[in-house]
Design a protein around this ligand. Structure first.
Ligand code: SF4
Length: 463
């Protein structure tokens, strides 16, 4: 039996976070927002709410719809402030203990926290704290931040948080809730997105703006890299806890992770993803191709951009079954193609005798795309040209995305012609790192992390 081969061959985003302050039925708003952020993490979900008396928590393994399916759960999370979290684990196993928001009892009262990202100096800091007597109740890197807050002697939670953040390195977009404040923070490189919205007299903080749209909230601005925002009864205050001279926004958020209807790093994902398709078509046309198809859903927008630039017709030729869970188990090795077939079915009437350009956003191991190419050919396509709207992935991510090991990344050990032969495609071309950087916005001196494509890690990785 093999569950891995049934997975779609993509990196997995680790988390989505949301916070609601001074909003009636805040836990229900957090719950709805988590639905919009479901693509950022599907292993676990949770909400902590706050009323005038205390903080309340519910979290568990599964999709948002599963975790909150029983009547009465949202009613058990009262108050007009709440934070929520969708998780896919990148450090620590996906056990119940690692579900977020984490909730701890500090000497000054309860603190809850939702974290999107990954700390790169986690191991050394944790060893240091354990040697000094700290006890950890989870194996997730997020708990380390709470431990550092607890050890600080500063007077307020925001000050203690800022002290803690100066010790940690890596990617973090955080939302914390105490009995009288909601606090948001973003790492100095701004690796993961985090933005602020307004709803009535209250505030909403989310990973992506698609959650603001659902809640009818208005986008105000991004939480800035190196910034802490504190919201309480008296309003909103902002503090810069670290210099943010160099930005390193995750460029893969534009390529694949974020929803196309979101605005991240101050710009529209849809617009940028179309540009990726434009540059791909300009630099890497497919001679003799008649139609453009996408691997749904993540490459739809780039395929539209490719079709528009190349003047070719865009067709829906792969139908995705949205009802297959990620734990679909292939019954036997000899049935291993069923994992892909059950998820994508080619439309033979569209493909027959046609020379096709298949646009996909990325290739990780190459397992899914190889099988898809075979199915497209079996459906009658005359030629299959593959165009990838990002460069070859040659290194893993250490900043909060789940990639396989470097050895498993097909482009870490094979050339593009070798990958083409392995895929049995008629041609294969990728966007170059230069074309990728030319496609993304550069407002206000934005800089990007491109480490998985170039090996150039903006924050040193602890061995
Ligand atoms: S290594 Fe890749 S996925 Fe990770 S933050 Fe950098 S660009 Fe994003």
């Amino acid at each position: 039996m093999n569950t891995e081969q049934s997975e779609i061959d993509k990196p997995r985003a680790n988390c989505g976070v949301i916070g609601a302050w001074n909003i009636p039925q805040a836990s229900t708003m957090a719950y709805l927002g988590l639905y919009s952020l479901q693509h950022r993490g599907q292993e676990a979900a949770g909400i902590v709410s706050m009323d005038s008396r205390k903080l309340y928590r519910h979290a568990g393994s599964g999709l948002v719809a599963d975790v909150f399916k029983h009547k009465g759960i949202l009613e058990s999370l009262p108050g007009d402030a709440a934070i929520g979290h969708n998780r896919y684990s990148t450090t620590g196993p996906s056990s119940h203990d690692n579900c977020q928001p984490l909730l701890v009892e500090d000497r000054f009262g309860p603190i809850a926290m939702s974290h999107n990202g990954n700390l790169v100096n986690y191991k050394s800091l944790r060893s240091f704290l354990e040697d000094d007597g700290s006890l950890f109740s989870t194996s997730s890197d997020s708990e380390l931040i709470l431990q550092l807050i607890a050890r600080s002697h500063a007077k307020s939670v925001p000050e203690r948080l800022m002290e803690a953040l100066r010790l940690i390195e890596g990617a973090y977009s955080l939302i914390l809730l105490t009995k009288n404040q909601m606090i948001a923070a973003r790492d100095p490189f701004g690796i993961r997105p985090l933005c602020l919205g307004k709803l009535g007299d209250g505030y909403i903080i989310v990973s992506e703006t698609c959650a603001l749209d659902l809640l009818d909230a208005t986008y105000i601005r991004d939480i800035q890299p190196g910034e802490v925002v504190v919201i309480d009864k008296s309003g909103l205050k902002q503090f810069q806890f670290a210099d943010s001279k160099k930005r390193a926004h995750c460029i893969f958020e534009f390529v694949y992770f974020s929803r196309p209807d979101s605005r991240i790093f101050g710009d529209n994902v849809d617009k940028t993803r179309r540009k990726l398709g434009h540059y791909l078509a300009m630099g890497h046309p497919a001679k003799g191709a008649e139609i453009v198809i996408s691997v749904p859903d993540s490459s739809n927008t780039a395929a539209l951009g490719f079709a528009h630039e190349s003047g070719l017709r865009y067709e829906m030729a792969l139908i995705r079954n949205h009802y297959v869970g990620r734990t679909f188990i292939e019954p036997e090795q000899r049935m291993r193609d069923f994992g892909v077939k059950i998820k994508f079915n080619p439309v033979a009437g569209v493909l027959k005798d046609k020379s096709i350009v298949v646009v996909d956003d990325s290739i990780v191991r190459g397992t899914t795309l190889k099988k898809l190419i075979r199915h497209i050919r079996n459906s009658g396509a005359a030629e299959v040209h593959v165009r990838i709207s990002s460069p070859p992935i040659i290194r893993p991510c250490f900043y909060g995305m789940d990639f396989p090991t470097q050895e498993e990344l097909i482009a870490s050990s094979r050339t593009i012609p070798e990958i083409k032969d392995h895929m049995e495609a008629d041609s294969l071309e990728y966007l170059t790192p230069e074309e990728l950087l030319a496609s993304v916005p550069h407002n206000n001196g934005q800089g990007y992390c491109t480490a998985c494509f170039t090996g150039d890690y903006p924050i040193k990785i602890e061995q």
